[in-house]
Write a protein that binds this ligand. Structure first.
Ligand SMILES: [Zn+2]
Length: 267
């Protein structure tokens, strides 16, 4: 299965799942209760390197969460992600399935379709399209709405920023970098330029400031478009970044306003 097919399938399954569980408002989004209803026990253990694990042994089904997951948003996401492995009966090499930290992907290895599908499902059940799409239709684009969603929906800023660009029709992208290198990016349908994984941050980007100095100006501000993608234009786009100094990571939300779209190659 290709990447975009796995994502589309995850979203489709999420739509049915939310319907099945009668989710109509934010308060109906309860991953732990869903797991309980499905007969899955949630336990915590020291998982070497992985963030969560699904165990299926006869009638016993467990989601094992790493003790290192201390943030409630990460915990909710891990549970929703594992629920999808369970529902889809994703094969694993052993009776258990080890899942790497959700948004960290090693540069060399392509993440497998099961992981991509589970992430798409997790994102779509915790941040439902029908509750959030209208809020994501804002201009100008900044991290303000993703931050609000993070607080209200109890998810990480990475999850809410990704979902925001998926649901927005503005030209925008969420880019996550660690130690000066792009780990992943997600683009809206109208942000048609690729930002390659493994790309080094450009000196003119705001994210690079964090990498170079450990400090970050967490305000939305203009940056040259060519700091982020290939273009001969000298136009500016907008970057709004936030960092986690303890992890050496920075998340940038990029926005190409209508006025410069065509001039930077995104008509
Ligand atoms: Zn997984």
């Amino acid at each position: 299965m290709r990447k975009h097919e796995a994502i589309t399938q995850g979203w489709f399954d999420a739509w049915w799942f939310l319907r099945e569980y009668g989710v109509k408002t934010r308060d109906d989004i309860r991953p732990e209760a869903w797991a309980y209803d499905l007969g899955i026990e949630i336990v915590e253990a020291d998982l070497d390197g992985a963030s969560a694990q699904l165990i299926r042994l006869g009638d016993l089904v467990q989601i094992v969460l790493s003790e290192r997951i201390t943030e409630s948003g990460a915990r909710r996401f891990a549970i929703a992600h594992e629920i999808y492995h369970f529902l889809k009966k994703h094969p694993s090499l052993a009776a258990t399935m080890l899942c790497k930290p959700k948004w960290v992907r090693s540069g060399a290895k392509e993440p497998c379709a099961y992981e991509i599908g589970s992430n798409a499902f997790g994102s779509a059940v915790l941040l439902p399209d029908f509750l959030l799409r209208k809020r994501c239709e804002v201009s100008p684009v900044s991290l303000d709405v993703p931050w609000q969603i993070t607080k209200e929906y109890d998810v990480s800023i990475l999850a809410s920023a990704r979902r925001f660009v998926e649901l927005s029709s503005e030209r925008c992208a969420a880019v996550f970098a660690k130690d000066g290198v792009v780990q992943w990016s997600t683009r809206s349908a109208t942000f048609t330029r690729k930002i390659r994984d493994g790309r080094r941050l450009h000196r003119d980007s705001i994210a690079w400031d964090f990498h170079a100095t450990g400090k970050l100006d967490e305000r939305d501000q203009p940056v040259p478009a060519r700091a982020w993608f290939g273009t001969t234009s000298n136009e500016d786009i907008i970057e709004h970044a936030t960092c986690r100094p303890d992890y050496g990571t920075v998340l940038s939300l990029l926005w190409v306003p209508d006025a410069v779209g065509a001039r930077v190659g995104m008509p």
